[in-house]
Design a protein around this ligand. Structure first.
Ligand code: NAP
Ligand code: BGC
Ligand code: ZN
Length: 366
């Protein structure tokens, strides 16, 4: 079967011919419908994050997937069920306490592998297999958008963690600053429809499709070249919640200055090493004296995928059609990875594309 992946020594994704996987006991064989692409995929392709499965010279990409059960095997699924896989699996050393508790998303990197990202092949292939406990049933009518459940679940978890850190007081984020107008930032802005004011920070000139999308969502675009994050509160207002999705390491600290007392910042970006100066004393004091919090959040579990199903249904009308700008047949996969095409940080000028998915099967016959 065909798969799309990276090969050692090659700079761009390749069409690979790989054996169709055979499901083991407790696993289902899934026929892939669509696989989304995000900033992490570009980081993996660029070599800044993740890695090959042990002893292998290629990595099948793709961690935002939806598919249809082809062979349920001995699982409780039925052929034809639409499913979305979670990303994390036990490491080669075997299962551990995180997986035994059903909390793989809380495992440190050495206690898990991530399909399509780090140490395990992903879902960007005509078929994939998965143990049943890592497959979430998706309502049939959501099949075409099911690849968005993984990124939605990422924000479900981060928002849950942020709220949990505020559990000693009444807290509902009325004002929110989302850092990053990439695929994760924009999806999160669309999820925040309970907030009174949502700001989203980018570094693009108008006209730009991501800024038009923000306008249509009623959010306020903030250009980081005019208003750096540490000056945001003075120009606009201190916010209850910051959601960082730039991967720009200074934002993790500058955002403390954007928080209102009692506010929390959820950090999602995965930067490389970078040494820079901050006023650590001031930021420490602001955190303590203002009851402010910083929480890092990575990955998500089945519970967050379930919440994402409801969230997907509740997204503003017309958003999905504007957000998913490119569905690329898998044989034309090169187009899906062109720099900047997902609004990603690689392309200074960007393209007209916001969110891309690679399509294996249109599911139209259903
Ligand atoms: P993306 O599409 O590359 O988006 C990142 C956005 O941040 C881009 O639009 C980029 O703008 C913007 N940006 C970067 N530096 C900026 C700056 N200094 N000022 C203003 N805007 C800036 O990536 P994504 O898919 O949205 O993901 C965002 C980050 O979250 C990545 O680091 C990714 O690895 C991470 N992530 C983490 C998790 C998790 O579980 N923690 C899950 C998914 C993603 P330009 O395009 O104009 O450069
Ligand atoms: C994925 C997560 C993963 C994280 C870190 C994100 O893009 O959506 O599932 O845990 O990257 O590798
Ligand atoms: Zn991702």
């Amino acid at each position: 079967m065909h798969a799309i992946g990276i090969e050692r020594g090659k700079a761009t994704p390749q069409l690979l011919e790989v054996p169709r996987p055979e499901p083991d006991e407790g696993e289902a064989l899934v026929r892939t419908l669509r696989v989304g692409i995000d900033g992490t995929d570009h980081e993996v392709i660029g070599g800044g994050h993740g890695g090959f499965p042990p002893g292998e010279d290629h990595l099948v990409l793709g961690h935002e997937a939806v598919g249809v059960v082809e062979e349920p095997g001995d699982t409780a699924f039925t052929a034809g069920d639409v499913v979305a896989p979670t990303v994390r699996r036990p490491p080669p050393s075997g299962s551990n306490e995180y997986f035994e508790r059903g909390e793989a998303d809380m495992a440190p990197p050495e206690a898990c592998v991530e399909r399509g990202i780090d140490g395990a092949h992903g879902f960007m292939a005509e078929y994939f297999t998965s143990p049943a406990q890592f497959l979430v049933r998706v309502p049939d009518d959501l099949a075409q958008w099911g690849f968005l459940l993984e990124p939605l679940s990422i924000s479900e978890k981060a928002l849950e963690l942020a709220a949990a850190s505020r559990s000693t007081a009444t807290w509902a984020p009325d004002t929110v600053l989302v850092l990053g107008n990439g695929s994760l930032g924009l999806l999160t802005v669309a999820m925040l429809d309970d907030a009174t004011e949502v700001y989203c920070l980018g570094r693009r000139d108008r006209p730009h499709p991501t800024i038009e999308l923000l306008d249509s969502l009623g959010a306020t675009y903030v250009d980081s070249r005019e208003t750096p994050v540490d000056e945001f509160a003075a120009v606009h207002e201190p916010v209850d919640l910051v959601y960082e999705a730039t991967g720009y390491a200074r934002h993790a600290f500058e955002c403390i200055e954007a928080l209102a007392p009692g506010g929390v910042a959820a950090l999602l970006g995965v930067p490389g090493d970078w040494t820079f100066e901050v006023d650590g004393g001031r930021l420490h004091r602001e955190l303590v004296m203002g009851n402010r919090a910083l929480v890092g959040s990575v990955n998500s579990g089945p519970r967050h995928f379930e919440a994402a199903i409801d969230r997907l249904r509740g997204l503003p009308a017309g958003f999905l059609e504007d957000y998913v700008t490119d569905l690329v047949p898998y044989r034309e996969f090169e187009r899906a990875f062109e720099e900047g095409d997902d609004g990603g940080s690689d392309g200074a000028d960007g393209g007209t594309v916001i969110k891309t998915a690679v399509e294996f099967d249109t599911h139209e016959e259903r």
